[in-house]
Design a binder for this molecule. Structure first.
Ligand SMILES: Cc1ncc(COP(=O)(O)OP(=O)(O)O)c(N)n1
Ligand SMILES: Cc1ncsc1CCOP(=O)(O)O
Ligand SMILES: [Mg+2]
Length: 379
């Protein structure tokens, strides 16, 4: 055995734990610590597999499946520095006083998410136990278990947000961005026409209007959409979204992050994030965003761009992300089939609808093309 000072951190842990089992095989304290580590390793790995199966088979989400899988592999890697033989030798399943203790709640799960959530909690508890008992080795491996525990919190947040957003955006395929345009009556009749045309989400987006006008428009938007069950989102401004009691806020890459925006709008409001690359889309999912805008897809009459994420980006997102994703930028009835062919079935549009001679009719045309049957036929 190398002198202690030359040993790698994981070897130090091994040797310390080996000493515990080899030199004091009957010391209940030593054997007990090994048993706790052995049981927690098994619990954490098994729990991660249950969570991975939820991301894979229930959500069908490649990104979150890969995240859970990575945690499982990193757990195995961290545990490779522990004395595996001694852990197994210390195992005494038959004599485990906890094996036969179970609560009524453990035998009942309301749905697949409850299964995954219970497993996440077990994973977190097991990682904490691993972290504490492996400190007996006095080395880095405890820190690795701590990092894994924090990553499991991120996974829980992203899974919960994805699951809830899939429900809240069920049937939301046409999302229209409107300016504060003209006077209040003009704005309100545009909103009514867009809802009649089948828009399922509306965003107040105006870079020119003053705050009082924006707040008045946001309040009018909320009043009109609430009765119809249409989502009302305010662009850029979590403060105005909160004051108007809108369903949520949309933020860009250089604006407030999800966490900060949520601090203002509260935990139940929607936070949407603009994404232009697959890395940004992944980050938005892990930050707990409720939906993402993906673009710019095509040249836009509403905003000018030097570069376009294009259809390839939509394909990347559709391949791995289940969080609701809206293609944005120059989308219209003519290029919609190209969007649908990427696997993206939701769009956020402005000019093609709000600037049309008949906004209601333009919305109706897009909404019809986005119905599940029509979208499937086009893709
Ligand atoms: C649904 C949706 N997606 C993207 C955007 C663009 O937001 P951002 O990048 O912050 O640009 P501005 O709209 O603020 O100019 C959006 N508004 N909505
Ligand atoms: C705000 C924004 N961000 C990316 S594209 C876009 C404008 C969308 O409007 P249009 O549908 O008219 O291109
Ligand atoms: Mg913005």
């Amino acid at each position: 055995m190398p002198p202690r000072s030359l040993a790698a951190p994981s070897d130090q842990v091994s040797s310390r734990l080996l000493e515990m089992s080899d030199h004091s095989p009957t010391n209940p304290d030593s054997v007990g610590a090994l048993r706790a580590i052995d049981a927690s390793l098994n619990r954490a790995a098994e729990g991660l597999r249950v969570v991975e199966d939820y991301a894979r088979f229930v959500l069908d989400d490649g990104l979150l499946t890969a995240f859970a899988k990575r945690l499982r592999h990193e757990l195995a890697d961290a545990s490779s520095g522990l004395p595996g033989d001694s852990l197994v030798k210390a195992r005494e399943t038959q004599r485990d006083v906890g094996a036969s203790i179970s609560t009524e709640a453990e035998g009942q799960r309301g749905d697949a998410w409850m299964v995954a959530l219970a497993s996440l909690k077990r994973v977190q508890q097991s990682l904490r136990s691993l972290e504490e008992y492996s400190k007996i080795g006095g080395a880095d491996v405890a820190g690795r278990f701590e990092t894994l525990r924090y990553e499991s919190y991120t996974l829980e947040k992203a899974l919960a947000a994805t699951r809830s957003a899939i429900e809240r955006f069920d049937g939301v395929r046409l999302y229209v961005l409107v300016g504060a345009c003209g006077d209040a009556r003009e704005f309100e009749s545009l909103v009514v026409a867009l809802m009649a045309g089948g828009a399922q989400a509306l965003q107040l987006r105006d870079k020119q209007a003053d705050d009082r006008t924006l707040l008045a428009r946001a309040r009018a938007l909320v009043a009109l959409t609430r009765q119809a069950g249409v989502l009302a989102i305010v662009n850029d401004r979590p403060d105005l979204a909160t004051l108007a009691r809108a369903d949520g806020v949309h933020v860009g890459q250089t604006e407030l992050g999800v966490k900060e925006a949520r601090t203002i709008v509260g935990p139940n409001a929607l936070v949407g994030v603009s994404t232009h690359t697959i890395e940004q889309a992944r980050a938005a999912v892990l930050d707990g965003a409720d939906y993402i805008g993906c673009g710019p897809t095509f040249p836009s009459q509403t905003k000018s761009f030097d570069a376009f994420a294009g259809l390839a980006f939509l394909e990347q997102v559709a391949a791995e992300v289940r969080l609701p994703a809206f293609a944005i930028g120059g989308v219209d009835a003519a290029n919609l089939p190209q969007v649908l062919q990427t696997g993206c079935s939701r769009v956020a549009v402005s000019a093609a609808v709000a600037q049309a001679a008949d906004p209601g009719a333009a919305a109706k045309l897009l909404a019809k093309a986005l119905t599940p049957d029509n979208a499937a036929a086009a893709s």
